[in-house]
Design a protein around this ligand. Structure first.
Ligand code: R5P
Length: 303
């Protein structure tokens, strides 16, 4: 049982990572019951008999909000808000919310008239629940976190991903950024492989109406081990296109590394077909490519 006056509530989208985190922190964890009423409304219940155990305690909630085998991201978000609501009502002394993958983070800018930068509103809603600390991992655009007034931490998973890739016995590495937006992240990523690791940048243009990607790059990657890193793999279009160019440019091995491997539809197939040797993701999304656990990194921040 708990060594300290802390509990971890594990939401349905972060069950495996949640258990690992509880072990790292050596604290007790409680899971949730989550269902949908016949009219479509969501229901959650923190799975405890005596709710006063949470009163005046520090309560940590972990719940990713990506699509999963259990629910879609809207349902995961509602579950998160409802868990926080329950903890607040019970009277926790401090509430710490960890959302490894935050849905809607890519809706941070307006591309076409009439669109919404909904991530800012979503963060304001979470902030309005009077939580004390809020943690995300490699959020798509860190600037949006300025909407929050509580303590906010954007955890960097790049070091963990690089350590995993190095453990595969890679040689002569080049880090490739699949678009200009990912350059800073790729530069930071490259440093984890050593000093003076080269970085190449591809030019990506996505049609805002059709989503079609056009990418170009004329690089010499002959006999290199190429690591292509992106914050999110969704449909796999960006990654598969970048891999094809890397292969055409002579890459020996290609590793597709991402923090959030949503792997929608046939994304995994597209990426492997394009020539990737391996897809490496974290457990922000619990699936078959979650090879790198965020548990220790998150625990280090919470300790
Ligand atoms: C976009 O700016 C992101 O960083 C990713 O490149 C994008 O979300 C990947 O989406 P997809 O896998 O659908 O190409």
């Amino acid at each position: 049982m708990s060594r300290v006056n802390k509990y971890l509530i594990i939401g349905s989208a972060s069950q495996i990572l949640g258990i690992k985190l509880a072990k790292e922190l050596e604290i007790a964890y409680i899971d949730t019951e989550f269902k949908t009423f016949p009219d479509g409304e969501k229901y959650i219940r923190i799975n405890l008999e005596d709710e006063t155990i949470l009163k005046d305690k520090e309560v940590i909630v972990i719940q990713s909000t990506g699509p999963s085998i259990r629910n879609d991201q809207n349902a995961q978000l509602f579950e998160l808000l409802m868990i926080v609501n329950a903890i607040k009502r019970i009277g926790a002394a401090r509430i710490i919310v960890i959302v490894p993958y935050l849905a809607y983070a890519r809706q941070d800018k307006i591309f076409r008239p009439g669109e919404t930068d909904f991530i800012r509103t979503l963060l304001k809603i979470i902030n309005s629940m009077e939580i004390d600390e809020f943690y995300v991992v490699d959020i798509h655009e860190p600037n949006v976190l300025k909407e929050m007034t509580c303590k906010v931490v954007n955890i960097d998973s790049m070091k963990l991903l690089a350590e995993y890739i190095k453990s595969l016995g890679t040689n002569d590495i080049v880090v490739v950024s699949p678009d200009k937006g990912a350059v800073e992240r790729s530069k930071a990523f490259a440093k984890y492989f050593g000093e003076n690791i080269p970085i190449d940048v591809f030019e990506k243009h996505r049609d805002v109406k059709t989503g079609e990607i056009i990418m170009s790059g004329s690089l010499s990657l002959r006999n290199k081990d190429v690591v292509i890193s992106d914050d999110i793999i969704a449909t796999g279009g960006t990654m598969a296109t970048a891999i094809s160019i890397a292969k055409q440019s002579g890459a020996k091995k290609v590793y597709a590394a991402t923090t959030h491997a949503l792997l929608l539809k046939d994304a995994k197939y597209r990426i492997l077909k394009a020539g990737a040797d391996e897809i490496i993701g974290t457990d922000s999304i619990d699936n078959e490519v979650s090879k790198v656990s965020l548990a220790k990194a998150i625990a280090d921040y919470l300790r």
